[in-house]
Design a binder for this molecule. Structure first.
Ligand code: MRU
Length: 353
């Protein structure tokens, strides 16, 4: 399937291993890091070289391949043990995005399959990691179609938060995939993007993606979102997710919950686009989703530049939970769940694509 607005890839596997586009440096610099060990990839995930739930899972899957290559000289049992240790290290990099654990589980199952032996291990693992990435891109294309179909023909402008784009996935994006598809279909003419304090994913990454694609994008401080909605400037809020609980509660970048409340108050629709690898049916409600706390230094400044007064403390949860009752639609590669409930989520997850 060839798509318009689909030129960005943040994760690539080459003959000599894994390359990650360094998202800490965008948009000022376009630099790729070449990483050859799983602990190096775990650090890259923690440090936000690669970020966004599906992208974290894909990078971790390729890191397991790197581990299989690195430990090639060991005898088979010792090699498997080292790879399993690396899987644990990767799983400790960030806690909220369930795609990380989902992808590592897939790699582990593959590692422990009876088809695998010392000779074919690297190839089998590489095939699995490649499949995870390729299926993610296909899922994004599907979500793009389903999500765009929910928008009225003259939807005008939409608002998004953080970066749920090509950079956050195997390519094309979840929320930004829906927006790309809706723009291609002529349904929207403008995207508003929250700058997304403190890490500025909106200002640095989402705006970069849209400017690169020639899709009109307007940045705002998230504090301006209420006024934007009050003035009737957007018809939908469209966001991604790091983990969706069994009852449809949605964890996403801090500030998403405020947008959902604002959207409800102003009669603006609220859509979450996420592949089924983001749905965690083992977590009953949003209250059980582990929320990452990040360093106070992110709040004290902007990038390297210190802004806050010395002596203050900071509270820096990276994610919040939007209750299912505030969500108009969850869109996955399987279709649309309107006004999610446990029963609807269970039915959706039991369906074949
Ligand atoms: O801290 P980040 O940048 O990894 O947070 C990313 C988000 O919150 C995204 O919205 C989410 O992972 C969905 S990405 C398709």
């Amino acid at each position: 399937m060839t798509k318009l607005y689909d030129s960005i890839r943040a994760i690539s596997w080459k003959a000599d291993g894994l390359y990650l586009l360094d998202q800490r440096k965008l948009p000022q610099q376009y630099t790729e890091l070449h990483l050859t060990t799983a602990p190096a990839v775990a650090d890259a995930i923690r440090d936000m070289v690669v970020r966004g739930a599906p992208a974290i899972g894909i990078a971790a899957a390729f890191a397991v391949v790197s581990s299989a290559i690195e430990h090639q000289s060991l005898d088979y049992d010792a090699r498997i043990e080292k790879i399993l240790e690396d899987i644990v290290t990767l799983s400790e990099s960030r806690p909220t995005a369930v795609n990380l654990f989902w992808a590592l589980d897939k790699m582990k199952q593959c590692l422990q399959s009876t088809q695998v032996n010392d000779e074919n291990l690297v190839q089998v693992m590489l095939d699995q990691a490649t499949l995870i990435r390729d299926q993610d891109v296909q899922a994004n294309y599907q979500m793009g179609e389903y999500g765009a179909s929910l928008l009225q023909q003259d939807a005008g402008a939409v608002l998004t938060h953080c970066n749920a784009g090509a950079l956050a996935t195997g390519g094309y994006g979840t929320a930004l995939g829906v927006i790309r598809s809706a723009y291609s279909a002529g349904k929207i003419n403008q995207v508003f993007a929250d700058e997304t304090r403190p890490w500025m994913q909106g200002a640095r990454l989402t705006a970069w993606e849209f400017v690169k694609d020639g899709i009109p994008v307007t940045l705002l401080c998230e504090g301006a979102a209420a006024s934007l909605m009050q003035q009737g400037k957007v018809s939908w809020v469209i966001v991604g997710s790091d983990r969706i609980a069994a009852n449809g509660d949605v964890a996403n970048k801090i500030g998403t919950y405020s947008l959902a409340i604002l959207a409800k108050h102003h009669g603006v629709k609220f859509m979450v686009a996420a592949p089924t690898s983001t749905i965690d049916m083992k977590t009953a409600t949003g209250a059980e989703i582990p929320i990452e706390q990040r360093a106070a230094s992110e709040v004290f400044g902007c990038g390297e530049h210190r802004v806050a007064t010395e002596g203050a403390q900071a509270w820096n949860p990276a994610f919040d939970v939007t209750p299912a009752a505030l969500v108009d639609a969850i869109v996955t590669e399987k279709g649309v769940i309107e006004h999610p409930t446990l029963e609807k989520m269970q039915l959706h997850m039991s369906q074949k694509v």
